[in-house]
Design a protein around this ligand. Structure first.
Ligand code: GLV
Ligand code: MG
Length: 364
């Protein structure tokens, strides 16, 4: 066990001090790109400012033969793209490194940190199994940061995509002060759990509940009669567990990939479920998912207006008031403050939202 006094001390001489808090930087959409794909790489400069996070993906979806090209491409993009990454950038730069049991993960970190460590905000680590994986990355990052003379620690994000990772979710979140958040990895997780879905995230028509059968005049159930069915969310349990583990440790939960790019409606539904349960953002695998994520993970103008009304009506924050026939009290005030704080963070980076939220405030 590591003594609590040591927890916030650097893990290597000369490494930056680990953070006590993880700043709530807007990260509604984490847009994945393959840095070895010249067409995708060429589009990156014009995406800066238009998406909260750009993530250079080095892991799955990059062919084994392209692993080195992807890593080198990301170095180039990090070095050459104006305004991308770093504490003051409108668009953060993240990477997803290869899994720790692959032949590429070590070279990913030892190449990226010296070359673009000052730009790199977050390293996403796939297939995290337990705290030991985070401890390994934590120490290695500290050594590399010290060597590179970085003055700001690079944060770590874990993808939950194994049954063991899920069972260890709380200890993963608390394994290092660098931990920034968690994402759901529904494809790998489904495979590891031996779930019987071949979809990348989203629902499944077979996972449902059915209305009770009607009864005939003799009271006999007519099981073949038409009945309503309600599709359920395959990912509800997992996302809810992630949200609790993240909230407990002061870090941020995210939905992951939604593979059916054409089905923008179901994508929006899945993103909204995650938003309502407490997630702060999601992955985007195609430019059209960016707009969906930005819309879903920004509170609606109506919700912000209502939340501000409650805050104003609650005065010193104690007691209870009636608004539109509904009871508001100390607890519902806290719910409203979550909404108002998020609106303020987003307004600070998004002038269009700032205008809409300002108008929402002035109505009341
Ligand atoms: C993402 O990496 C997934 O496995 O779903
Ligand atoms: Mg995966």
């Amino acid at each position: 066990m590591r003594p609590s006094k040591d927890f916030l001390r650097p893990l290597a001489v000369g490494a930056p001090t680990p953070p006590t808090d993880i700043p709530a930087r807007p990260s509604r959409a984490i847009h994945f790109f393959d840095p070895s794909n010249a067409k995708m790489a060429a589009k990156i400069p014009q995406m800066v400012g238009g998406v909260d996070v750009l993530l250079g993906n080095l892991e799955d979806a990059v062919k084994a033969d392209n692993k080195v090209a992807a890593r080198e491409g990301l170095v180039r993009i990090g070095q050459e793209t104006e305004g991308l990454g770093g504490p003051d950038s409108p668009t953060q730069l993240w990477t997803r490194i290869n899994s720790l049991d692959s032949p590429w993960a070590l070279d990913d970190l030892t190449t990226l940190v010296p070359a673009i460590g000052h730009k790199l905000d977050v390293v996403m680590v796939p297939k995290v199994q337990g705290a030991e994986d985070i401890h390994y990355v934590d120490r290695l990052l500290a050594q590399l940061e010290a060597k590179a003379g970085l003055d700001r620690p690079i944060l770590v994000h874990a993808i939950l995509e194994t049954a063991r990772g899920m069972a260890n979710v709380e200890e993963i979140c608390g394994a290092s002060p660098r931990m920034q958040g968690l994402s759901l990895g529904p494809a790998d997780l489904a495979a590891d759990r031996r779930m019987k879905t071949t979809r990348v995230g989203g629902g499944h028509p077979g996972y449902l509940v059915r209305q009770d059968p009607p009864r005939n005049e003799l009271g006999v159930a007519e099981i073949e009669a038409p009945r309503s069915v309600f599709q359920q969310d395959l990912w509800h349990y997992t996302i809810a567990r992630m949200v609790d583990a993240c909230a407990m440790h002061g870090i941020y939960p995210y939905y992951g990939p939604f593979g059916d790019i054409a089905d923008v409606v179901a994508c929006e539904d899945q993103f909204r479920n995650a938003f309502l349960l407490g997630c702060v953002g999601t992955w985007s695998l195609h430019p059209k998912q960016i707009a969906i994520a930005h819309r879903v993970f920004s509170p609606s103008v109506e919700d912000v207006a209502h939340a501000r009304r409650v805050v104003a009506a609650m005065g010193d924050g104690t007691g209870a008031v009636m608004l539109d026939g509904k009871m508001e009290d100390d607890a519902s005030l806290k719910q409203c403050l979550v909404m108002v704080e998020l609106a303020e963070q987003l307004a600070a980076i998004d002038p269009e939202l700032a205008e809409q939220y300002a108008a929402a405030g002035s109505e009341d």
